[in-house]
Design a protein around this ligand. Structure first.
Ligand code: PRP
Ligand code: URA
Length: 207
């Protein structure tokens, strides 16, 4: 299930950060803001229960999230994206997955994973700004499922149609959210028009 999150503020942020002259500090800030602007749509169907609560004047009832949430940034570029989610969901636990795409094969190579011991009863949101071939997202979902995750969703900023198709084929039930669906991949697996290498732009490690 693929859902585009279309909003004028997201469109404006994205247009500014695509610009190659957007420096790293500004790039990180804009990614963080886009993430925050996506939170409501990505979490709109989380389960709540009715609980009794006090106001200064009387007792009333309110909603409370039923299940714990785990945010999973895919390193490195998922980190600034994570910050925007954490700004609005500070109570969430954070699991980290380290994946680096091999530049020749375009396959993800896993180098790190740390998550809470029990994943089964949690709502898990995988965060990566870029969905290109889909290899990294598929590996992230696969490894979390192997570790016991049941309720998973994937949020990205810029998606390529090839990546959406590959991830949907691999996990037809997985909700996938994106702020932009770009045109295609180039021969090196980069999204067009895209924004270049998100990790390098975020952390100033590019040429
Ligand atoms: C980027 C991006 C995704 C992945 C997407 O990370 O953040 O994780 O590529 O490409 P895919 O859909 O073809 O797998 P990269 O591997 O460059 O690592 P980095 O964040 O450390 O730069
Ligand atoms: N990873 C990125 O950071 N950018 C792309 O366009 C593709 C993969």
């Amino acid at each position: 299930m693929f859902q585009m999150i279309d909003h004028p503020l997201i469109a404006d942020e994205l247009t500014r950060l695509r610009d190659p002259l957007c420096p790293s500090p500004e790039f990180r800030q804009r990614v963080r803001r886009i993430a925050s602007l996506m939170v409501a749509a990505v979490t709109v169907d989380l389960a709540t229960e009715v609980v009794e609560c006090n106001t200064p004047l009387e007792i009333t009832s309110g909603g409370k999230l039923t299940r714990g949430i785990i945010l999973v940034p895919v390193l490195r570029a998922g980190l600034a994206f994570l910050d925007g989610f954490l700004d609005l969901m500070p109570q969430a636990a954070v699991a980290h997955i380290g994946l680096a795409r091999n530049e020749k094969t375009l396959l993800p190579e896993s180098y790190y994973m740390k998550h809470p011991p029990v994943l089964a009863e949690k709502d898990i949101i995988i965060l990566d700004p870029m969905l290109a071939t889909g290899g990294s997202a598929i590996e992230a979902v696969r490894s979390l499922r192997e570790a016991g995750a049941r309720s998973l969703r994937f949020a990205c900023m810029v998606a390529a149609p090839e990546g959406v198709a590959a991830l949907s084929d691999a996990f037809p039930e997985l909700p996938i959210f994106a702020a932009a669906l770009d045109r295609c991949l180039n021969e090196r697996g980069y999204i067009l028009p895209g924004l270049g290498d998100a990790g390098d732009r975020m952390f100033g490690t590019g040429i």
